[in-house]
Design a protein around this ligand. Structure first.
Ligand code: DGY
Length: 323
């Protein structure tokens, strides 16, 4: 029987690409150039599976095709707000993602940002590299102590829980969570956490707020001027979820006028373009979407896509089916 034809939209770790080429009739993107919407649409009409990732915007328009050949979009990444789910469902296409395997590494980056912004590490590094460090002094780049403070976690899925583990067991932080559904008492107890009924209740209690909820239209600008105004004037906001969750104009104003203490961002609305208003904010640490960027996580994500494809083409329910 002919092997299914699969298209990989970006460069993947070599070990995974090798396995994909062995198992499938795989076309790899050796140039790593992102595909246009038209190319993604064409791919869906000529491959049995398309393997997109976070940089592939597959909008409703991309699904405007008579009959796709692709029956599965096996996404490389846990977030899938770049795929129009109605469009996929309208063609009866299966969509899968890659949860679990990146949770620890993404939480590590959230903790990195939290520590960096609280301890002014970005400012310090910029100063040192610019040759402007004049030496130790008691008042130099004084930051905020992290240990023992209160961390609010918005979205208490796998990554949110890994963040809570690090913050509570590593730094003795008090954890307050906000989540769409009720979190079971056993899970909350693992991290000494309590659950707030709403974001309005959570925001004013916290010294740090870390976002771990999905992106997409439902959570677009969840953190807006009103929410930022509810934060303590010295509190910090961390985002490793999706850029669109924060109204960046509102955030840049809050940072600029110091109505909050600072922020750490790994994701941006419309990335890789960065809103110029953010670039001048000293109390902001920015990373280029590095959440899952470890060799271990990126390989595991690829092998998880392979598992999903194997299940699908062998007639089993893929374990990470999201629609
Ligand atoms: C994801 O998986 O959704 C990340 O943002 C990329 O690792």
């Amino acid at each position: 029987m002919a092997k299914p034809k699969v298209l990989v939209t970006r460069r993947w770790p070599a070990a995974v690409e090798a396995q994909l080429s062995e198992t499938f009739d795989a076309v790899l993107n050796t140039g790593d150039k992102p595909l246009s919407e038209g190319e993604l649409r064409d791919a869906m009409t000529s491959y049995d599976a398309v393997l997109p990732t976070v940089t592939d915007k597959i909008s409703a328009r991309a699904f405007d095709i008579a009959r796709p050949q692709a029956r599965i979009l096996a996404n490389y990444g846990v977030g899938y707000s770049h795929i129009d789910m109605h469009g996929a469902a309208g063609h009866g296409m299966t969509v899968t993602n890659t949860p679990d395997v990146l949770s620890e590494c993404t939480a590590d980056i959230a903790m990195t940002l939290l520590l960096m912004v609280a301890r002014r590490a970005g400012e310090g590094e910029r100063e040192l590299r610019a040759g402007q460090w004049t030496g130790w002094r008691p008042t130099h780049l004084v930051g905020t102590k992290v240990s023992g403070k209160t961390l609010g976690i918005v979205g208490f899925g796998r990554i949110g829980q890994e963040m809570a583990r690090r913050a509570h067991h590593g730094f003795g932080m008090k954890i307050v969570v906000q989540n769409r559904s009720r979190v079971s008492p056993d899970i909350l107890a693992r991290y000494g956490a309590t659950q707030a009924d709403s974001l309005e209740e959570l925001m004013p209690q916290c010294d740090f707020v870390s976002l771990h909820c999905p992106g997409g239209p439902a959570n677009r600008h969840l953190i807006n001027t009103r929410m930022l105004n509810l934060m303590k004037p010295d509190a910090f906001l961390i985002n490793t979820a999706r850029g669109e969750v924060i109204d960046e104009l509102a955030l840049s104003r809050a940072l600029w006028f110091e109505t909050i203490g600072g922020a750490g961002l790994d994701v941006f609305d419309g990335e890789p373009r960065i809103n110029p208003d953010l670039l001048d904010c000293e109390n902001l640490v920015m990373l280029p979407h590095l959440g899952s960027a470890t060799r271990e996580a990126r390989e595991a994500m690829g092998f998880r896509v392979l598992d999903n494809l194997n299940d699908f083409f062998e007639g089993r329910e893929p374990r990470d089916r999201v629609t």
